[in-house]
Design a protein around this ligand. Structure first.
Ligand code: EPU
Length: 423
């Protein structure tokens, strides 16, 4: 049943909130289970829609998943692997592409439609670098309409240069190369923290990966991988978003726990310029009320730069700061379109082109009826609704719950008035 959030804004926002495991780390771990017949335990798993879809995918491909307790699952190989990725699941999340390489490496072939996910890039988000990488490793790639068939008797190590930095592309080829024959060198790799985390897990079950977290990764293929346990790293996007929410609400002390502030250095530089009153601990962030918040330009960049996934929340924060700020979204060309909804709520935002907006602040925001266009924009609308005057309704909340666990309950614990209602 479709559900919506109904939010009464303007309440105080303070207290403690725990950060969950990282969605974009969790989604890359499940496909690894296809590369071993030994059991794998995953802990600190966020209970979100995308992780649910990834588990359904594993089950459809011949694995058994048992929930041990909240946030902990055991994955076991059950029956012969299916090499068809189910279209209804592939359509739901882009990271489904992570299942392709492991199946190719273990079964010699795989069929799948073009992956879905957030509509934030022009047309469908391309997968050319994945296909090019698999081809270099010796796979035959056949494309008919929207479907792909990849086949290879044996994958071989290769030298691959990514013409554009790609997070999932790096993770996919790094994972697949673990079972290829010989050495693979990946160059111009993404460096997001989820990548060394994935490499650490793969190494703990028998892989030989060096250099993850730097632009060049060397993978020496091994014959087989073992079973093991993986604790998902904290979600840096959740942590950064909660920090910006607290800064925008500017109403009390908010303690964001169980996170890694080192993964958000680019945000802290911006906070210093804006004048946010904050303190970082080893695994927590405190946000205190600030005297004066000043607008500051921001440009998204691959890690360790300012993450595109934080841009929408940052844009909302800029509606509450004094002066003009230019937000430059460099990674995706549809990620600023949601600012139209902020304008409807009373923000003063001028779109220069699809990649740049100028936000003039501070402005009061007012509750409206809205539809969540995608995960991060949807979360930014929740943030705007929390600081707006009056009632906001946000529809299509599947596009928020894909990435944020029990958001309504967790926000209410901080003093927000947010209810999930059946439509
Ligand atoms: N690209 C290509 N060809 C490819 C692959 C990517 O042209 O074969 C382009 C994309 O269209 C984009 C750019 O390269 O313009 C970067 O995309 P990337 O491949 O790095 O993105 P991704 O791996 O699909 C991950 C996260 C995104 C996050 C980006 C950038 C996952 C599951 N998704 O996407 O997260 O925005 O990296 O950091 O890890 C989100 O969580 O809301 C989200 C969208």
């Amino acid at each position: 049943m479709e559900q919506k959030f109904v939010i009464i804004g303007g309440k105080s926002f303070e207290g403690e909130i725990k950060v969950k495991g990282a969605k974009n780390a969790a989604l890359k771990i499940f496909p690894v289970a296809l590369m071993t017949q030994e059991p794998i335990r995953v802990s600190n798993m966020p209970e979100i829609e995308d992780c649910q879809r990834a588990q359904e995918m594993l089950e459809a491909l011949g694995h058994e998943i048992k929930k041990v307790k909240p946030g902990v699952v055991d994955i076991r190989y059950k029956s012969k692997r299916c090499v068809n990725l189910p279209a209804e699941l592939v359509n739901k999340f882009r990271a489904s592409i992570m299942f392709v390489g492991p199946l190719l490496a273990t079964c010699g072939e795989v069929y799948f439609p073009h992956p879905g996910g957030c509509v934030i890039g022009a047309g469908t988000r391309p997968i050319d670098m994945f296909l090019g990488g698999f081809e270099k490793m010796g796979a035959k790639v056949e494309i008919s309409e929207n479907h792909y068939r990849l086949s290879a008797k044996k994958l071989k190590g290769a030298q691959i240069f990514f013409h554009k930095v790609t997070v999932t592309g790096t993770e996919s080829l790094m994972t697949t190369a673990c079972l290829a024959e010989g050495v693979t060198i990946l160059k111009n790799c993404a460096m997001e923290p989820e990548i060394p985390a994935l490499a650490d897990f793969l190494n703990s079950i028998g892989a030989k990966i060096e250099g993850a977290g730097t632009p060049t990764i060397k993978i020496t293929g091994v014959k087989k991988l073992e079973g093991g346990e993986y604790k998902i790293i904290p979600d840096r996007i959740e942590a950064g978003t909660f920090a910006m929410m607290a800064a925008a609400a500017n109403s009390g002390h908010t303690l964001i726990k169980d996170c890694n502030p080192e993964h958000l250095e680019a945000l802290w530089v911006l906070f210093d310029k804006i004048g946010v009153n904050y303190k970082l601990g080893k695994d927590n962030i405190s946000i205190f009320p600030s005297k004066k918040l000043i607008s500051c330009d921001a440009t998204t960049h691959e890690y360790p730069g300012f993450a595109t996934d934080l841009q929408s929340a940052y844009t909302v924060l800029m509606t509450q700061t004094k002066g003009a700020s230019l937000i430059h979204e460099t990674i995706y060309d549809r990620r600023l379109l949601f600012t139209d909804m902020l304008t409807q709520m009373g923000a003063n935002i001028i779109m220069a082109d699809p990649h740049r907006v100028v936000v003039n602040g501070p402005t009061k925001l007012y509750g409206r009826k809205l539809v969540s266009p995608d995960l991060r924009a949807g979360m930014a609308l929740v943030m705007a609704a929390l600081i707006a005057q009056g009632k906001t309704e946000i529809n299509n909340i599947y596009q928020i719950e894909r990435g944020y666990e029990k958001l309504d309950e967790r926000m209410c614990a901080l003093g927000a008035d947010i209810k999930k209602i059946n439509n």
